[in-house]
Design a protein around this ligand. Sequence first.
Ligand code: SF4
Length: 715
Amino acid sequence: GVALQAADRVVDSLCPYCGVGCQVSYHVKDDQILHVEGRGGPANEGRLCVKGRYGFDYARHPQRLTVPLIRRADAPKDPRAATDPASARAQFREASWEEALALAGGTLRHLRNTHGPRALAGFGSAKGSNEEAYLFQKLVRLGFGSNNVDHCTRLCHASSVAALLEGIGSGAVSNPVMDVMQAEVVIVIGANPVVNHPVAATWIKNAVKQGTQLVVMDPRRSELCRHAAHHLAFRPDTDVALLNSLMHVIVEEGLTDTRFIAERTEGFEAFAENLRGFSPEAMAAVTGIAPETVRTVARLYAKSRGSMILWGMGVSQHVHGTDNARCLIALALMTGQIGRPGTGLHPLRGQNNVQGASDAGLIPMMYPDYHPVGDPAARAAAAALWGVAPEALDAEKGLTVVEVMRAAEAGRLKGLYVMGENPAMSDPDATHAREAMAQLDMLVVQDLFLTETACLADVVLPASAFAEKTGSFTNTDRLVQLGRRALGLPGQARQDLWILTAMAGHLGLDWRAYGATPTDCDAAAGRVFDEMRQLMPTLQGLSWARLQREGAVTYPCTDAQAPGERVVFTDHFPRPGGKALFVPAQLIPADERPDAEYPQVLITGRQLEHWHTGSMTRRSGVLDALEPDPVALLHPQDLAALGVVPGGLVTLQSRRGEVSLYARADEGTPPGAVFVAFCWFEAAINRLTNPALDPVAEIPEFKYCAVRLRAGGVA
Ligand code: SF4
């Protein structure tokens, strides 16, 4: 056997990956993490998945950035060049922090003064803490002077949040994942939690074992389907048809909760009228689901004592993503399956802090706590806290992620500051996104590695890894938790909070009072948190001191003595009059349907061992060893038709580009479709995806575009 080394220290912290928010203990020796253990947190009760347990050594990877970099004068940006760190590194020279910050901040200030505030934008990070997110949006709003600030929520659940804010007045979940243990029926739609929220999936499986009926609705058959009473494998892109037909049955068979509808909602009559044409019999040809199955599931969901819906990006990443979420909200409202334990709506948040980053105002249309930038009262409150006149804050909503790229391509955007995001890999039609970023006069990237985005930067700032800093992070359950610093910083890497305050100095702001230092921002994080919550009524009862004492507190938390609210909407919705709103949805086809030229559907997503664009997990030894090569998942029948054996090369081509990957046989992928994760830099699948947007939330249609396949290719 292998003897485990004894640790010097054990530091209680959090997993840096998904929105489940598992609590961990880092076992540390000589400034290295030896191993990770699960702690008894509310979301995980000691459990961890493979990422949480093994995905920690990226912080000490040899490719870690340890000194600021400035692009060499003789190295023009090439958006089509290879992005392997070795050849990319040759494009940069090392610089001092003073020189790098002066160049980055000075040029951004010059561009603002020359071209106006809207010529600049910033992408913050859902991987950073709440404090970093708050300071980043404050920097853009005050230092750049516009609301051009966004982050990857635009690419994952923007449509869910838009529908939730519209329908029930709040963008967060109504009930925590753990409530599946109290539900009689659980619907999981457009989500693959076994892969993307693995510990949450274990609670769902436990619930099934004790009698909960699980219904999975997904074109792909995931591992969770083995535990499901029903799997509705509807055709990709027909969510609205399926959900409207379910609700048609509920209305037709008198299964609605008439009292709940009367007392707590509005707009039901018009909504029900819209359902008339959506009988399961009429929709069967669209969805591919037998009418009797739809009727059975509708009865099951409506009649149970507690039914809960969890959803993921299969719902949200469509041009009709907002409509999909509107349907799920309506389903819960018309049956009164919300506002009690074991019921409700739970959009499974992806990143460890995507909920918190959005709450902290890292979005172009809202200040912290979702106060619209166009609301004079909200503007006045932010201005008063930040010590400026309200007129100093832009009243116009800013540009979203994809709009920023379009503005850069058109030459209207001149400077971009990217903290911990990787749009060169994560944006749709990534070749265009790379070309747009290459045109910028100043691209500043703050990250751990020379990511594909950093390869296009003018200035690269070496940042701090999760285990190297202290901060608060909000999980998918609205649980605010404390991540504690376990490691020192390598080389000249710096605390992200310090980098932000230093950058602010170059943009004319004096943020020295936060007390951030280059290597220790623990106290500064507390000062930022306590400032932030002055704009956030939902956090009134949660001070930094309380968070340090308790480690995890759910919001809304308006009373310093009381625990936060696990279940919300128990007696009213935070909308005018306290009532929720039904919003009808029509059938809208995907923007790019298959045709004779491009006959197959590309579905993108994630896989268990790798996280998003792979910058951390592909540099984690165990995880990379488990899944080292880019793979495309195809039904065996499609593989046979192509003449490709599993492990052979296959090339995917869309109207926007082509990539080659290794083929993997997957009976869960429906014939006619191909699934690829977006973590492979060698085969960046977002070169192929369609940048068409949902008109309400401006989320791209990552879950559907037309491709053609051929055998072979260049690995
Ligand atoms: Fe980390 Fe999510 Fe896995 Fe928990 S389920 S260990 S939070 S990746």
